[in-house]
Design a protein around this ligand. Structure first.
Ligand code: AMP
Ligand code: ZN
Length: 455
């Protein structure tokens, strides 16, 4: 089966045909690095990781770009409220740049723990201010912008197909608009550049032809995506809340500036991780990080397994019982696979069914069901090699032998034994070996040094 993906732009599942043969340009809206990314955020990046893995499995070379929003994302997506980065910097009494780097590093650690591959290019908004100014200048030259008291705005009424991604009914929206318009001409108009206001109010600000200020959040993604992937590219991803505002505005300004339609061929949106009947979000209160899951004894890859149990376009309810079930199923899976011996064959029958599932709009629950079916099939051969191939998509370390957590006390005893051995005090070395065995650990000496395993 050929790869089919659900394209928000058409509202349908479509066969995937990239612009350039076997190369795919992929842009993902990345984190706003003012705080920890929670496991809800990370569900979105597990979805992107699966997409990348499936594209590679199908033989495509993928160039993946992800932005890091370190300026311009206001507490409301609609150009009002405070800048999230500025607010965090003021609260923590640190430089915005230090805050961004701190949270970005934790985000990257979480990627590694969850086996999410990093993008080929990380790009920070603050490192692309000039490019954003240039893009606003193009829009201005085309007569699509206007100035208000607080910034330069994009005039959405000049775009015939504005809102096509979300199928927004602009006239109804205007008629029913209760939102304070201020100096905006249309409710859907959005800021390209915002003025700083009185001097010294902001920590991050830059000069521009229109005045000192900072870029809007939407222009950041349009500018950086096209800088690295071209004026037209294949796939753009994000969370589903980005459809009506952020991605709608990215499309409007990019198609206007570059004069190419569609700016992006396929738009893919992930559904949310839910908690207690709502989207897991910082504003709703209760959120959890990967570190918190670990503290409670869960492995990050059990969380990945939990996420793969739901299609990316379906909401997924998080609770501790569901995560415990996922951890148990994941452990069982690993234990079963640990017993497999390589019989020199690859089970092609299950692999074909597996490829059909992943190519059907990344059907991970379907792919996992096929894995389980194969494991239960007493007569199936070539299981180990089939699992190895499936692992290219799952990324669950199903074939990796458990890294036993070695307590500090054991490591210390093992080191003492090694010292005894080096000084040829065989009696002491033997005695320490016995102590370790009594505590449930085996020591094996190898040319590279000693190894500790659990008995
Ligand atoms: P932010 O750092 O707030 O810009 O969010 C980063 C990404 O996480 C965005 O693509 C959001 O759509 C996504 N996201 C936020 N909350 C959730 C959630 N509860 N479930 C899935 N994705 C989420
Ligand atoms: Zn974006």
């Amino acid at each position: 089966m050929k790869l089919h993906l659900h394209n928000t732009l058409s509202g349908k599942k479509e066969e995937f045909v990239p612009l350039h043969d076997k190369e795919v340009g992929l842009y993902s809206c990345g984190p706003t690095v003012y705080w920890y990314q929670h496991i809800g955020n990370l569900r979105s990046y597990i979805f992107v990781d699966i997409l990348k893995r499936v594209l590679k499995y199908d033989g495509y070379a993928v160039k993946h770009v992800m932005n890091v929003t370190d300026v311009g994302h206001l507490t409301s997506d609609a150009d009002t409220g405070e800048d999230k980065m500025e607010k965090a910097a003021a609260q923590e009494g640190k430089k915005a740049e230090d805050i961004a780097n701190y949270y970005l590093n934790i985000f990257k650690d979480d990627f590694h723990k969850l086996n999410i591959s990093e993008p080929d290019i990380w790009c920070k908004a603050t490192e692309h201010i000039q490019e954003q100014v240039e893009m606003i200048k193009i829009l201005e030259a085309k007569g699509l912008t206007y100035k208000t008291n607080d910034g330069i705005y994009f005039d959405t009424s000049k775009i015939d197909d504005y809102g096509k991604l979300a199928r927004l009914h602009i006239e109804d929206m205007e008629a029913g608009a209760r939102v304070e318009l201020g100096e905006k001409k249309n409710k859907t108009d959005f800021a390209l550049w915002k003025f700083s206001g009185e001097k010294g109010r902001r920590l991050q600000e830059w000069g521009s032809p229109w005045g000192v200020g900072f870029p809007g959040w939407h222009i950041e993604c349009s500018t950086m995506a096209s800088k690295y992937l071209g004026e037209q590219f294949d796939v753009h991803t994000g969370g589903k809340e980005h459809v009506p505002v952020h991605h709608t505005n990215e499309i409007a300004q990019s198609e206007a500036a570059f004069g190419k339609k569609p700016w992006v061929k396929y738009w893919l949106h992930g559904e949310w991780l839910m908690f207690k009947d709502g989207k897991m979000s910082k504003s709703a209160g209760e959120i959890y990080t990967v570190a918190e899951l670990e503290k409670r004894g869960f492995s990050p890859l059990a969380y990945r397994y939990f996420c793969l149990g739901a299609h990316y376009k379906k909401p997924l309810n998080f609770d501790w019982e569901a995560l415990t079930n996922a951890q148990n199923a994941y452990d069982r899976l690993k234990n079963i696979i640990a017993e497999f011996k390589d019989d020199g064959q690859t089970n092609e029958q299950y692999l074909t069914a597996f490829a059909d599932a992943i190519n059907d709009d990344l059907d991970m629950p379907g792919a996992l069901a096929i894995l389980w079916e194969m494991l239960r099939d007493q007569r199936a051969e070539g299981k180990l090699r089939a699992v190895r191939k499936m692992e290219e998509i799952f990324g669950l370390d199903l074939l990796k032998k458990e890294n036993v957590e070695i307590p500090a006390e054991i490591k210390k005893l093992a080191a003492e034994r090694e010292t005894a051995r080096q000084s040829k005090d065989w009696a002491k070395a033997d005695e320490l070996r016995k102590v370790l065995e009594e505590k449930g650990f085996l020591i094996k000496d190898t040319p590279e040094g000693f190894e500790i395993t659990k008995t």
